[in-house]
Design a binder for this molecule. Structure first.
Ligand code: AHR
Length: 683
């Protein structure tokens, strides 16, 4: 019986990398214009595949599947960085953003309550410029609240470390600090006696008596007078690896599950900044946390239809922490630095070539910070931060998503100077945000000329594009720059912008495409989905691999696909064919094969995008296999289905065993499925 076939809407999205409001609207309005039919496939039809165990000589690089960590969607402050107090040090441009004084009036002497007067330090240390000179006229009325990042998420009976920097108490004898729920009910509280004139850190532990996603921090005072306050901070004690004031554990565990070969950071467009002054300067993100200089996040006001006026970078999660995270995850660090060009979707501001030196110096300093001897200036900074051992930096990106001649003029200077001093560092360049077109071709031409080692390609496209491009790298020059597929994601047409975009259609098309990445492991050395994570109440860009709120997090269908590829990457590429040809979508089948030499295991990945189940006859050439195979599979009937906070495990892999037979096996794969077969190889 012939069956109806899977359809994908063609998405006319001109994804220009940084999509802006106009682009989003255009995309949505065009989304359902036409419908594409994948292939006519008969239910239960059989495909005869041949897997050749002979060595292809092509290694799957340990960096093949990695993570692109981008500070977008409140992924750092309000996300991975576990600080629960927003604007803890009053450094936001609106210094009381995040804070509330319900019984105080700005235009009043507040004789009946009190007021926090934001005051500049006489002698500021680094980025710590201000504190609150808090005046309490009536200690029974004055209250100061912090609202956290869309509330403060706390769990019942967990421990939370509170700390406050206080000085110069006069008349104020005690601070009562509490966590309260939305009705004002106290969840945990403590009393602090300010007993020193000089700045001193006071600490306490909160153990909330119930869970609350939208708690607030409430500070009241005993005694009328004044007190200076700064760095009011609250962290869960249970962070990743139990590090004090560290990273949110559930989120890092999700990252760890991806078994990443590399960690690219910290973005994305934030690297470039809307203007050069607002670019990411890594050297301002290391050293004592309190002194790190606050910077506006480029996503704060990027999309007029998605304003995030409270989105700033405190840099509690700075370059030292990113390197440490890479180390924890066993991932090669891949920092990306600005190259003297502000984001070309924004100002495109250029530093004159004559003035490029400080930018190049930032790159040289970073290499020294990561790898340098502890007696070098930046190596010493690393040591003083507690990591005398080098971070083994091997890769460095110059520019995020730049294009045009101005980029290559600058890249060339970086490459020359860095190459002379640190020839071992592999630089990443880019043909820009486009997957094709004149700028893309120009970029590749330049990269070939400049003998670039790694080219960072980006594509945010429709699921159909991903299916059509499973053979994208088959024709790439084997002797040119290698590919870092550094940002990609399928954007499903006609779906509401947000978590619903992380549906099975998108994930399945990415799986199909990824078999093409793997089949071309001699050209494609690094790959990463983008963006990585998003706060459900504070995001700017979707789809994203991981969604979280103040208490929960889940991996999307796309996350599950990435996880399967990365945890079954193998070490050596093998050939898998049907009728002597690679499987790139004819009959809606896509496949790749690798061998894990350590485990002496064959790993097959097969994607069926049709809506009917299929039979596979798999012939093994050049050796034989053991009699049992582990089958790991994901399938779902509704292509628009997603995982969610309510159903985080709706679409996840299942595992089973099947009997196989020496040189041949038969299997059935479900409709709309991604299946992995792992089979021991006979010696
Ligand atoms: O991942 C979202 C954005 O997409 C990145 O910041 C940028 O590099 C690309 O345009």
């Amino acid at each position: 019986m012939k069956n109806t076939v899977l359809t994908f809407s063609v998405f006319a999205l001109m994804v220009l990398g940084c999509k802006d409001a106009t682009q989003v609207e255009t995309a949505n309005s065009e989304s359902n214009e036409s419908v594409f039919t994948v292939a006519e496939v008969s239910e239960g039809s059989t495909s005869n595949l041949v897997v050749d165990l002979a060595d292809t000589g092509i290694k799957i690089q340990p960096t093949m599947y990695g993570i692109f960590y981008e500070d977008i969607n409140f992924a750092a402050d309000g996300g991975l960085y576990a600080e629960l107090i927003k604007n803890r040090s009053f450094e936001f441009p609106l210094p009381k953003m995040g804070w509330e004084e319900p019984n105080s009036v700005r235009y009043s002497l507040n004789e009946e309550s009190g007021f926090s007067k934001i005051t500049n330090y006489v002698d500021p240390q680094g980025g710590n410029r201000r504190y609150s000179h808090t005046v309490v006229h009536n200690d029974e009325k004055y209250e100061l609240f912090n609202n956290g990042f869309r509330g403060i998420g706390v769990k019942k009976d967990d421990q939370y470390n509170l700390s406050l920097l206080l000085a110069n108490a006069e008349g104020v004898e005690q601070l009562n600090v509490a966590l309260v729920d939305t009705l004002g009910t106290v969840l945990a509280s403590t009393e602090i006696i300010p007993d020193a004139k000089d700045w001193k850190t006071y600490e306490a532990v909160f153990i909330p008596n119930k869970a609350e996603a939208k708690a607030r921090l409430k500070i009241t005072f005993e005694g009328n007078g004044t007190i200076d306050m700064d760095m009011i901070s609250l962290f869960p004690k249970d962070t990743w690896k139990g590090r004090k004031n560290g990273l949110r554990k559930d989120l890092v565990e999700l990252l760890d599950g991806l078994n990443p070969g590399f960690l690219r950071f910290p973005g994305g467009c934030i690297v470039e900044g809307r203007t050069l002054a607002q670019r990411y300067q890594w050297q301002n993100t290391v050293g004592p946390v309190i002194e790190r200089e606050l910077l506006i996040n480029r996503w704060n006001d990027e999309f007029a239809h998605k304003p995030a006026p409270d989105y700033f970078q405190s840099f509690g999660l700075g370059f030292f922490e990113y390197f440490l995270l890479s180390e924890d995850l066993g991932a090669s660090p891949v920092p990306i630095l600005g190259c003297g060009m502000a984001c070309q979707f924004n100002t495109g501001e250029l530093v004159p070539l004559e003035n490029l030196d400080p930018y190049v110096q930032e790159a040289l300093d970073l290499i020294e910070f990561a790898n340098g001897d502890v007696n070098t200036p930046w190596g010493k900074v690393r040591r003083d931060m507690g990591h005398p051992e080098p971070f083994n930096l091997k890769y460095l990106g110059i520019g995020n998503e730049q294009w045009g001649p101005e980029y290559f003029e600058r890249y060339e200077i970086f490459a020359k100077i860095i190459g002379e001093k640190y020839p071992e560092i592999i630089l990443v360049s880019t043909p820009g945000p486009f997957s094709n077109g004149d700028m893309f071709d120009f970029g590749w031409e330049q990269m070939r000329k400049l003998n670039v080692k790694l080219a960072d390609e980006h594509y945010y496209k429709s699921p159909q594009w991903f299916l059509d491009n499973a053979n994208r790298y088959d024709g790439y020059d084997r002797n040119g720059p290698k590919v870092f597929a550094g940002e990609y994601a399928a954007h499903t047409p006609g779906v509401e912008d947000g978590p619903l975009e992380n549906n099975w259609m998108a994930a399945l098309s990415e799986a199909a495409f990824m078999t093409g990445l793997e089949r071309n492991a001699d050209v494609v050395l690094m790959t990463s989905y983008a963006p990585l994570m998003a706060h459900a109440e504070g995001w700017q860009w979707a789809p994203d691999l991981i969604w979280f709120d103040n208490l929960q997090s889940y991996g999307t269908t796309n996350y599950q696909v990435q996880k399967l590829f990365a945890n079954n990457a193998g070490t050596d590429l093998l050939r898998i064919t049907e009728d002597g040809k690679p499987l790139i979508g004819e009959q809606a089948l896509y496949a790749s094969a690798v061998k894990d030499t350590e485990k002496n295991e064959l790993i097959l990945k097969v994607v069926n995008t049709s809506n009917v189940s299929r039979k596979l006859n798999v012939d093994i050439k050049g050796g034989s296999i053991k009699s049992e195979a582990t089958v790991i599979g994901m399938a779902y009937e509704d292509l628009y289905a997603t995982n969610s906070f309510q159903e985080p495990s709706k679409i996840i892999p299942t595992e089973s065993e099947i009997k196989v037979n020496g040189e041949r096996f038969e299997a059935e794969i479900p409709a709309q499925s991604f299946t992995i077969y792992k089979i021991g190889i006979e010696n």
